[in-house]
Each structure stands twice: as structure tokens, then as C-alpha cells.
Design a protein around this ligand. Structure first.
Ligand SMILES: [Fe+2]
Length: 305
């Protein structure tokens, strides 16, 4: 599903957001205001967005969303907690909240920031994560986490993609439909070790959880896997995972990014990844969930993962 915001609407949207981007207002209130503004411009699409996330292709692209070109000189490698969100951050958080998903973060990831800077960092080049340059294979974020505290959606906002690196997305239904019944049963069994990712390093120990890769939840297929570090238990599990990865890679949708592109996708129904990055690329990201309080910071040391 693709939505295009025309130039005059984007300008009017941007001017409204400038009134919200002020220091004195609480972040949760800024998100509420940004959500109300987003509803003015995409309100007629919201029922379709919600349907698409839950039952359709699992992702939506909105082009021409307001971003703040005037801040493109800011070094995005400096992770700080939001005091005064930028225009692109208000667009990101506002559309996410307008879509019924409450933005939240984890205390142990990126210093608890609600908005993550997705940009390669010179000292993390070989890290298989949002901080690295190297290929990041198909995965779901927080695959090792309990479903209740896993991100339900990811929202991404493009500020720059000189590197022309695409994001790959694949809906789990499209993978499962190409697999044999036997493989589906194996992938549904508790024969896989899920490992906490590299970016969850701040005050939390590496964790391993034994679980399945695909699950049938309320009549729909869901997926949790990081294809680069999920460990199969036994030969059958390994063979099924190899065929699963091959099938997923053969069916991915490659999304080309331009500044002002916003994408929201279901992290429960889709896997995502990208190739290696050569050049400048700057996205902003936030998690969304209907289980969370808007703007909350989840402490994984207090949670049942
Ligand atoms: Fe990811």
C-alpha cells in the first residue's frame, strides 16, 4: 500500500509540526499533538493502514512526509534522549500513534531513546545491526523477547539515502505458503535458540530463549527469527531453517528510500533486512505496540523476556 502526500499538504503539515517542536511540552503530549496533526493529512487512509498491517501485506509506504532539511547537518551518531523532537521525529511518532500503535523504547537499547538514529557508525562497521555497514540479513526485531514486549511495528523515516541501499521486506504468509507441511511443522516446533541482538548491550546480559520460528496466532501466521544468529537445535531444524531462509530471500520486496519516505510494517508478520551500505544513509526509527504506554521506556531487567 502506497500513499503520496502532495507538496502543498506536506508544507501545511510541516508548519503545523513546527508549533509542536518546542522544549516545554512533555514528549507524550508532543506525540499526541503530532498524531492529531497526522490524522488531518492521512486520516482517510487510517482504516486501510490498520487493515493492511494486520491482515494485508504487512507494510505501508507514505511518500512526501515532512522532514526537517534544516537539521541535516546534525551528526546523527550522537544518540541523545529526545528533549525537543525534530520535524522528522514528530512525523515518525505522529503517524505511528495515529495508526493506533504507541511509540516506546527499551532502556537497554540506544540509551532508551524513543527515536533511533539508523545510520552506520564508523566504529561499528562490521556490527550486524542498525549501527553497521555490513549486510543485515532478514530478521524480526527483538525476536528473543516475549511477544507482549516485542515491537509490534517498526516505523522508519528516511532523511538521506545517497547510498541507495534498499530495505528488504517479506510477509511471513508468502514464505509459509511456499514451504512443505513438514517444514512448517518443524519451524513451528520449539527447536530454535533465539539470542539477544548486539544493540541490546547496555546493562543487560546476553540471553538465549528456546522457541519456535513461526506461530499461528488468532488465525494468522507470525514470525520471530534473526536469520544470522538464531541457532537450530538438531539437523532437521537446521535443514528446515535453511529452506525457510532460501524461500524468504527469493520472495523479498525491495523498498527504495528517498528523503521524506515513511514506512511502517508489522514486526510480527514481516521480516526485514538490507544489503551492505556504501555511502551516506540516514533513517530514523521507532517501535510501536498496542501493549505499551505511549512514550514509555521498557526496562528489560524488570520484564519477563
Ligand atoms: Fe531490524
Amino acid at each position: 500500500m502506497k500513499i503520496i502526500i502532495d507538496g502543498p499538504s506536506a508544507n501545511a503539515w510541516l508548519l503545523e509540526l513546527k508549533n509542536v517542536s518546542v522544549d516545554e511540552v512533555e514528549v507524550s503530549e508532543q506525540i499526541r499533538l503530532a498524531s492529531d496533526i497526522a490524522k488531518k493529512y492521512i486520516g482517510n487512509h487510517l482504516p486501510n493502514i490498520k487493515d493492511e498491517l494486520k491482515y494485508g501485506s504487512g507494510y505501508i509506504l507514505i511518500k512526501g512526509v515532512p522532514i526537517d532539511l534544516e537539521t541535516s547537518g546534525v551528526d546523527p551518531r550522537l544518540e541523545t534522549k529526545i528533549e525537543c523532537p525534530s520535524i522528522s521525529e514528530l512525523s515518525l511518532l505522529g503517524i505511528t500513534a495515529a495508526s493506533g500503535l504507541r511509540p516506546f523504547s527499551y532502556a537497554q537499547e540506544k540509551m532508551g531513546s524513543l527515536v533511533h538514529e539508523v545510520v552506520p557508525k564508523p566504529d561499528c562497521g562490521n556490527s550486524v545491526s542498525s549501527d553497521g555497514f555490513v549486510e543485515f540479513k532478514l530478521h524480526a526485531d527483538g525476536a528473543y523477547l516475549n511477544r507482549a514486549i516485542r515491537p509490534e511495528t517498526l516505523s522508519l523515516m528516511c532523511l538521506n539515502n545517497d547510498a541507495q541501499t534498499k530495505t528488504n521486506l517479506i510477509l511471513i504468509d508468502d514464505v509459509v505458503h511456499g514451504m512443505s507441511r513438514n517444514d512448517v511443522d518443524i519451524l513451528s516446533s520449539l527447536n530454535y535458540m533465539h539470542v539477544s541482538p548486539e544493540t541490546f548491550g547496555f546493562g543487560v546480559k546476553s540471553k538465549k530463549i528456546k522457541s519456535s520460528i513461526i506461530d499461528r496466532v488468532d488465525g494468522s501466521w507470525e514470525v520471530k527469527v534473526a536469520t544470522h544468529n538464531t541457532e537450530p537445535c538438531g539437523f532437521e531444524a537446521e535443514s528446515a531453517l535453511t529452506r525457510f531462509i532460501h524461500m524468504a530471500n527469493s520472495k523479498v520486496n525491495a523498498i527504495s528510500w528517498e528523503p521524506g519516505d515513511f514506512v511502517i510494517f508489522s514486526n510480527l508478520r514481516c521480516l526485514h533486512g538490507r544489503g551492505s551500505i556504501s555511502g551516506r544513509r540516514w533513517l530514523k526509527r521507532c517501535y510501536g505496540s498496542r501493549n505499551m504506554v505511549c512514550g514509555s521506556v521498557v526496562d528489560l531487567n524488570d520484564s519477563v523476556v
